[in-house]
Design a protein around this ligand. Structure first.
Ligand code: SAM
Length: 283
């Protein structure tokens, strides 16, 4: 009789989020397959458990073979990523596919997932959403994803590392327009947890002189249906440019970003912005 492969969700910060069932499955498993054995060892130590640990990795399928051979021989295996649900922007999916192909039972033990926690707390529309994970880094693929997101009407969930956050917000503001709503969910379940519901332009301004720290999920509002885009007024676009100016962006760049994704040309937004400043006498 073969064993079972359990996919165990683990905390994304607060250790108290480990479910009693997850602890029981970890305690009962014959061995644990971890994304990083050092990280999972800390969790096991916290639980007072001693278990054989092996590592698995997306690009090292031979490890998958060895793990699944043990399960086929009757052992039960708990799969843990460093945090959250295995297979969600984490390795594990090839192991699952291989297990299913071999007829091995795969049982999820649901636990914390940064994407779902962020979505729930985001204040954005939760009825229909897409998960984007990390945007690709290579320029061509990145542009293609950004273009797809510009027209995506469902709420979109993205992961991002702090050192790439500003570049990603700038790319998103340019492709989707600075007025697009976004919720920044930072350090969920941790000491410095923070949720800020704002727009891409204002988020960019927020971080102009402020180094992003910690782990982030971005929850983007969906695009307005096609005809609603045409209803965006020039003052709306100028207001978005003004928010960028306030964050230190130069006028021409602010106009270019604010015009992106609107029916207005950069020069129209720029002219209105300059006229507004002249009238206000604060140029
Ligand atoms: N498998 C994990 C899950 O289920 O959420 C995701 C792993 S992915 C490699 C790591 C990314 O998840 C981080 O870069 C960040 O975007 C997001 N993340 C993880 N923990 C988080 C937290 N406590 N607060 C905010 N974002 C978090």
């Amino acid at each position: 009789m073969g064993g079972t492969l359990y996919l165990v969700g683990t905390p994304i910060g607060n250790l108290q989020d480990l479910s009693p069932r997850a602890a029981a499955v970890l305690g009962a498993a014959d061995f644990i397959a971890a994304e990083d054995t050092r990280v999972t060892l800390r969790l096991l130590n916290h639980l007072g458990l001693k278990k054989p640990l092996v590592s698995y990795h997306e690009h090292a399928l031979y490890r998958g073979d060895a793990i699944l051979a043990r399960v086929q021989a009757g052992e039960s295996c708990a799969v843990c990523s460093d945090a959250g649900m295995p297979c969600i922007s984490d390795p594990g999916a090839p192991l699952v596919r291989q297990a299913l192909a071999l007829g091995i039972p795969v049982v999820p033990v649901p636990g914390p997932c940064a994407a779902v926690a962020a979505l729930a707390a985001s204040g954005q529309d939760t009825a229909r959403f897409v998960f984007e994970g990390f945007l690709p880094v290579p320029k061509k693929e990145r542009r293609a994803r950004l273009a797809a997101l510009a027209g995506e009407e469902r709420t979109a969930i993205l992961y991002e590392a702090p050192h790439r956050l500003r570049a990603t917000l700038a790319d998103l503001a340019e492709a989707l327009g600075p007025g697009r709503g976004v919720t920044l969910c930072r350090e969920l379940t941790k000491l410095h947890e923070e949720t800020v519901k704002t727009t891409l332009g204002a988020a960019l301004a927020l971080y102009e002189g402020n180094e992003p720290r910690g782990e982030y999920v971005l929850v983007l509002a969906g695009a307005a249906p096609p005809d609603a885009g045409a209803q965006m007024t020039l003052p709306d676009a100028v207001a978005a440019a003004r928010a960028l100016l306030a964050g230190g962006t130069r006028p021409a760049e602010a106009a270019r970003r604010a015009a992106a994704g609107t029916p207005f040309a950069k020069k129209d937004v720029y002219r209105a912005l300059v006229e507004e400043k002249t009238k206000g006498g604060d140029a």
